[in-house]
Design a protein around this ligand. Structure first.
Ligand SMILES: [Mg+2]
Length: 341
């Protein structure tokens, strides 16, 4: 804080940039927020027979995003990654809280940040219901609340051997954008522009999660890379998996890269925020119907298998169902490509 500028007080910050009535967000039509910002606590009134899903994510400048990142995009992403977790459980958003540490009260930055944040909050009917502000290194922590009918949340532990494995949208683009921004890969400006939003403005698959409630046996959102995240389902469901590598859905832009890059980014790149889920093969037709109704590709990429050993195993196959060699699969199965910024 420079000595000559008067710091904005906590109250001013919330009033000026974040206090928006639930009504103005187009939210709360179902009266699920009994009390929003302004008291010691917010009050949630979940629908009857609902379970409340709760998720938190912390983003630290220099670690999870570039310190000079566009604040409006950052506002979008900070909430989007939390909504993506709600989507993965089949939860409908109720509201969220924001705790934010700021090195200084920079009104230009705050205006952009709150614009991005409140726009996606409105889009998904997920109003800001409380929070805290403090001086400190730029850190954004959001906790989001959602609701599912009791017993209907999609857990990671429900996959059975022989279930299909599906992924929404396309994977690998966010990693490709990062590679381009880091100058690891030369991406034509037009191509970069076309997929940049995949890294900066991920789309939480809320409607998909809701529609999968009675269909998927397990689900999660892909934040750290498809194969690495899939392991969480395998571990908790006590199953192995086989994945047909060529089936991983990729954008036309990613398909222009050489095949080793395509595979690495699609299989291991982070930040896609697509939903990976399992379902019995008897659900294929209805899953295709959901795909059409949401205008969202859902791609069958493999199946779960009975567990053979202590450690869960992922077998990578070629188009003909032949096991790929260790030399081909090692970089994909051992990649901890969780990039920091
Ligand atoms: Mg998640």
């Amino acid at each position: 804080m420079s000595s000559h500028s008067k710091p904005l007080g906590e109250f001013d910050l919330i009033e000026r940039f974040f206090k928006t009535g639930a009504d103005s967000l187009g939210a709360n039509a179902d009266q699920s927020i009994a009390l929003g910002i302004g008291d010691d606590c917010a009050l949630l009134r979940p629908p009857e027979n609902a379970e409340v899903a709760i998720t938190s994510d912390m983003l630290i400048a220099g670690r999870h995003f570039f310190p000079d990142a566009n604040p409006e995009l950052l506002g979008h992403k900070a909430l989007a990654v939390n909504l993506s977790d709600l989507a993965a459980m089949g939860a409908r958003p109720l509201g969220f809280t924001l705790a934010i540490a700021l090195p200084k009260a920079d009104s230009h930055w705050l205006e952009g940040f709150s614009r991005g944040l409140l726009a996606i909050a409105k889009e998904y009917s997920c109003p800001l219901i409380g929070g805290d502000t403090t001086a400190g290194p730029l850190t954004i922590s959001i906790t989001a609340f959602g609701a599912t009918p009791s017993g209907k949340a999609i857990r990671r532990s429900g996959a059975k051997p022989g279930d299909d494995i599906w992924i929404s949208g396309a994977v690998g683009d966010a990693r490709l954008v990062l590679a381009a921004l880091r100058h690891e890969i030369n991406l034509p400006a037009d191509d970069l522009q076309e997929i940049e939003h995949r890294m900066h403005q991920p789309t939480p698959r809320i409607e998909l999660g809701i529609q999968l409630r009675n269909i998927a046996s397990a689900a999660l959102d892909v934040s750290d890379g498809l194969l690495g995240d899939l392991r969480h389902i395998l571990k908790q469901s006590h199953v192995d998996a086989e994945i047909i590598l060529d089936k991983l859905p990729k954008s036309s832009i990613l398909k222009k890269q050489e095949s080793s890059i395509q595979n690495l980014f699609a299989a291991c790149g982070g930040d896609d925020y697509e939903i990976c889920f399992t379902a019995p093969s008897s659900q294929r037709d209805i899953i295709q119907t959901i795909s059409h109704s949401l205008n969202l590709p859902l791609t069958l990429i493999g199946k779960t298998l009975p567990k053979k050993d202590v450690e869960e195993e992922i077998y990578l196959l070629d188009t003909f169902g032949i096991l790929l060699s260790d030399a081909e699969t090692a970089p994909l199965l051992n990649s901890f490509d969780h990039f920091a910024i």
